[in-house]
Design a protein around this ligand. Structure first.
Ligand SMILES: [Zn+2]
Length: 195
């Protein structure tokens, strides 16, 4: 039985463009957002619809050599008050992709929220471009302000609906004009009283 808070969290996360899922304390999938189905459909995984994932262990999808690593990371996030972050590659035959995963226990300690932000996306044969985001104008508004989440440091695209990207270049050197915001997952996880 889900708590009211987790049900509320699912509503918040449903339309988020990042692939987000929730795990229970046994690492079973209890929720996947809409982006899960979109990603599966775009990558030939129609048989992997989110409905079919519910109740399954997330560890079933982890390759055998990586199981200890993921199990340890998820368990640490479930036990402690710290998030667990990990970068990984998930490419298709035609597209090279990297993601950054953030796993964080919800404030009521019921579900582990796993947010997957894309960091690189490019065709395999495009040797020149290393980052998927072509122009800085993707993030800067009309006044050249760039909005970054004050918690996870992802950057929000200037057009609606809000899409939050992990931009390594901005972590190394913040853009000139930064306005601080807070992305929906961070708001729900870290500042639930404002969610
Ligand atoms: Zn955030």
């Amino acid at each position: 039985m889900k708590s009211a808070f987790v049900s509320h969290l699912e509503e918040i996360l449903e339309k988020d463009p990042a692939v987000i899922y929730l795990l229970d304390r046994d690492l079973r999938i209890v929720y996947c957002n809409e982006a899960w189905d979109r990603f599966a459909a775009e990558n030939g995984g129609r048989g992997l619809s989110r409905q079919l994932q519910l109740g399954r262990s997330v560890m079933d999808a982890v390759p055998l050599p990586l199981k200890p690593f993921f199990e340890d990371g998820y368990r640490r996030a479930l036990c402690g008050r710290q998030s667990w972050e990990h970068c990984y590659e998930c490419s298709s035959p035609t597209v090279y992709r990297n993601f950054r995963m953030m796993s964080r226990l919800d404030p009521e300690g019921e579900a582990l929220v796993v947010v997957n932000s894309i960091t690189v996306e490019r065709p395999h044969d495009d040797r020149e471009r290393t980052v998927c985001f072509p122009k800085e104008s993707v993030w800067a508004d009309n006044h050249d302000f760039v909005t970054m989440c004050c918690h996870c440091r992802r950057t929000c695209r200037s057009k609606q609906p809000p899409i939050w990207d992990w931009v390594p270049a901005y972590i190394e050197k913040p853009p000139g004009l930064v306005s601080h915001g807070i992305c929906a997952p961070c708001r729900a996880l870290y500042y639930p009283e404002f969610a």
